[in-house]
Design a protein around this ligand. Sequence first.
Ligand code: NAP
Length: 255
Amino acid sequence: MSVNLNRLVGRIAIVTASTDGIGFAIAQRLAREGAKVIVSSRKEKNVAEATKKLTSEGLNVSGLVCHVGKKEDRQKLFEEAKKLGGLDILVSNAAVNPEVGFVLDCPESSWDKIFDTNVKASFMLAKEALPLLRESKAGRIIFVSSIAGFQPFSLLGAYSVSKTSLLGLVKAAAVQLAPENITVNSICPGIIETKFSNFLTKDEGAKEAGLSQIPMGRFGKPHDVSGSAAFLASDDGSYVTGENIVVAGGMQSRL
Ligand code: NAP
């Protein structure tokens, strides 16, 4: 997909979990619109491959290993941003789902892992990014939540609740930061074809059930989501805050 916008020239962005899937597409889109982007994920090899792919497209991208649950890794992201000149855009995209099952069947250890990665790390990243975002003229925090945060998937019980928590974090943090002109929003993808959703999009039975919930009749692609991130990050999104934007082909999305 070609993009002819230069809305993010001069902006610096961190995108977590951005070596594959939705995070990669967001990093690529922000960079294509002119931002300097720091990509990251847990595995060195994935970081090297993603960085190479993006820089070979002529994009201004640097890569770092960052497990979002590790404070020292998160600090490295902010150090890199400082080296590049500051931070304008934080996209908190990492999530895990170690458990398939009903919410109250979730073992405590999996619940803790889900909430540590999906909720606490997003909260910590936002908190730790603030000193740099406060120096920006256009500070943006974008969380990646999920349609499951609105309408829980019954077999992704705990994961769905973690994504609902992010909807609340957006509302609370947006009000706190609005006077400082820093916007806080989330994007809530529907079912998007990535490794994460293989079990929904590749298994024949699950696929049919999933598609029946999507009025547009198709699963999304990562690039269906990335444009919304670029919009929120840009000046076009400067008066949008506290919103949880659903990008889900018409799937039901009410709390
Ligand atoms: P994906 O294609 O499986 O990609 C996952 C990425 O996250 C990889 O780059 C992986 O790289 C990295 N990662 C995983 N755990 C990490 C951690 N603890 N710290 C840092 N990086 C980590 O996943 P995706 O489908 O794009 O999902 C991205 C986000 O979209 C998640 O928040 C997910 O909940 C949300 N979402 C996805 C869908 C969907 O249908 N796909 C729908 C709604 C919401 P490494 O292995 O190198 O760490």
